[in-house]
Write a protein that binds this ligand. Structure first.
Ligand code: PGA
Length: 246
């Protein structure tokens, strides 16, 4: 693992965007696996700036998203399709047909999960996955205890996850109890992985993920099994690391 500690969250976002930019420049038709939540907002802003000011193009890029809530239609303000449209897709030149977000409203969610894996395969696999991490060590919506070999699946959300995400809804009761999410198998199958963390509230989770034992109770620790992981975090998130060699 390559670990970079930045002085602040803005610098984390800029460096994350630079890594995505470099991937897209290297391979204009790259396939990206993308996160939602608070952590990547600055990265999306910086990529949007690179698009408008530096000519970075996403015209041939394909994206998949990590997860989506069960039961929220794509236009719902809390849905991740809506998040991606508002925070990224509508500001860049990506072909909407090349953006894939799981649909949590269908009648056959198991089939939707299988189809998603199929579409990732048809796209040639994922070149770069960008991940945040939850307070309980989850990545995507893979909650502990996690199966390392699982593919895209329906997941029950941990209470701590619903509480953390209640800020995007009117109340905790409005946060869905389940989601569709890629699995650790999906993530470990990506060619490169970028993990982002900012803030003191992520310090325990990110320390367990990168310095703790690989353990089902910390899904992010599975990244230690991947050969090409970059971690970019701010000083607050890094404050509990032992900083041995990664
Ligand atoms: P956050 O979520 O970026 O909103 O903190 C990260 C996650 O839950 O994976």
């Amino acid at each position: 693992m390559r670990v970079t500690i930045t002085s602040n969250v803005h610098e984390m976002s800029v460096q994350a965007a630079q890594m995505v930019r470099d991937e897209v420049r290297r391979k204009p038709n790259a396939t990206l696996l993308l996160p939602t939540g608070g952590t990547p907002l600055g990265m999306y802003r910086e990529l949007t700036r690179m698009h408008s000011q530096e000519g970075l193009t996403f015209a041939e890029v394909t994206t998949f998203n990590l997860d989506e809530y069960v039961g929220l239609p794509p236009g719902h303000p809390g849905s991740y399709r809506r998040y991606m449209e508002e925070n990224f897709f509508r500001h860049i030149d990506i072909d909407p047909a090349n953006t894939h977000v799981l649909d949590g409203t269908g009648s056959n969610l198991e089939k939707a999960c299988l189809d998603y894996e199929q579409r990732i395969r048809e796209a040639g696999g994922i070149d770069l996955a960008v991940l945040g991490i939850g307070h309980n060590g989850h990545v995507a919506f893979v909650e502990p205890p996690a199966a390392v070999r699982a593919w895209t699946h329906v997941a029950a959300l941990a209470r701590s996850t619903r509480e953390a995400n209640a800020r995007f809804f009117h109340s905790l009761a409005d946060v869905p109890r389940a989601a569709l999410t890629v699995g650790l198998g999906t993530i470990l199958g990506c060619r490169r992985v970028l993990l982002l963390a900012s803030g003191i509230e992520k310090a325990d989770a990110v320390t367990r993920a990168i310095e703790g034992p690989v353990h089902a109770m910390c899904p992010g620790s599975a990244l230690q099994l991947h050969p090409d992981v970059t971690v970019i975090m701010d000083q607050a998130a890094a404050s509990r690391l032992q900083l041995r060699e990664h």
